[in-house]
Design a binder for this molecule. Structure first.
Ligand code: ATP
Length: 283
């Protein structure tokens, strides 16, 4: 089955920011987590994939076709932080608008999801909590029966119970192996639990896209003196950071590192610590 999204060499230039040579692939049946510091270029990448902004260079294939193609776009649903609906709308009015747009619209599924998310029918969007609004956006997105669901920071600010529910929804969604989810998030714990792959954008460049389990198994955090770190061969250290308590390094091949430095502390990698070390900030 073809890849749902393929981005090759994507560049976008703004006056004070450059997104450069981004390659990203979303294969069928995968949840891909997009991580990166504030302003790294995640939203810009997702907007380019959705044809909301025009890239300066690069190729984007969505469902094997052009992102500008209406038929292609009909198979993709995006959930952003904000609601696109008029704030005075109730659920029934949202449903009417969506039904009137044409294209695939599953009314029964929409109301089923709204009930499952316990969305109040009597409240307007303005009166809903942030979590309710995001669930509404998700119910709308899913009722269009997309193949690819793209979420930009949509789960930030939600409580852990709701985020857990949404992770379950995404995992259910990809079960049939033809659907995929591309989700940008600062909540790295969620991606550690739910994502199959991690793509990391740092300062406008893609550092890597890797299988999450492989990444967490083959990278670790080494805590030791700088003198000890110098004993490691080149290529094993991916980044270092100093703190009041000593130095920490992001290392590949933890078992090999352990054999060279048997006394050193080697901790399991977390995505959050990985980002802190890559960005050179104190842990
Ligand atoms: P965050 O985690 O804070 O949401 P992000 O990784 O999604 O960040 P982007 O929103 O892609 O980052 O922004 C990347 C850079 O591009 C930022 O410096 C931002 O100011 C800049 N940028 C985004 N949109 C525009 C625009 N329309 N005009 C000029 N600069 C822009």
């Amino acid at each position: 089955m073809e890849n749902l999204l393929e981005i090759r060499g994507l560049c976008k230039e703004y006056s004070d920011f450059v997104l450069k040579d981004i390659d990203l692939t979303v294969r069928p049946g995968r949840i891909v987590g997009l991580i990166g510091e504030n302003g790294a270029g995640k939203t810009t990448t997702l907007k380019a994939a959705l044809n909301i902004i025009k890239p300066s260079a690069g190729q984007i294939r969505l469902m094997g076709g052009e992102p500008s193609d209406q038929q292609v776009r009909a198979e993709v649903a995006a959930v952003f932080e904000d609601s696109f609906f008029y704030e005075g709308f109730h659920l029934l009015q949202v449903e009417k608008v969506m039904a009137g747009l044409g294209g695939v619209w599953d009314r029964e599924q929409f109301f089923r999801d709204c009930d499952r998310y316990r969305l109040p029918r009597k409240k307007t969007i303005k009166e809903m909590s942030r979590g309710m609004r995001i669930k509404l956006n998700l119910a709308v997105a899913m009722a269009r029966h997309p193949k690819l669901l793209i979420l930009d920071e949509a789960t930030s600010g939600l409580d852990p119970v709701v985020r857990g529910e949404l992770l379950n929804v995404f995992m259910e969604f990809i079960q049939d192996e033809s659907h995929s989810v591309l989700i940008s998030s600062h909540i790295t714990d969620d991606l550690e639990r739910g994502a199959d792959e991690i793509a990391y954008i740092h300062g406008g460049r893609l550092l890597f896209q890797r299988d999450k389990d492989e990444l967490l198994e083959n990278m670790a955090v080494l805590r030791c003196s700088e003198e000890e770190m110098r004993r490691l061969p080149e290529g094993l250290i991916r980044g270092t950071v100093k703190s009041a308590f000593g130095s920490a390094a992001l290392v590949e091949e933890p078992e090999r590192v352990r054999s060279i430095l048997p006394g050193a502390v080697i901790d399991r990698l977390t995505l959050s610590e990985m980002m802190q070390i890559y960005s050179g900030r104190n842990v």
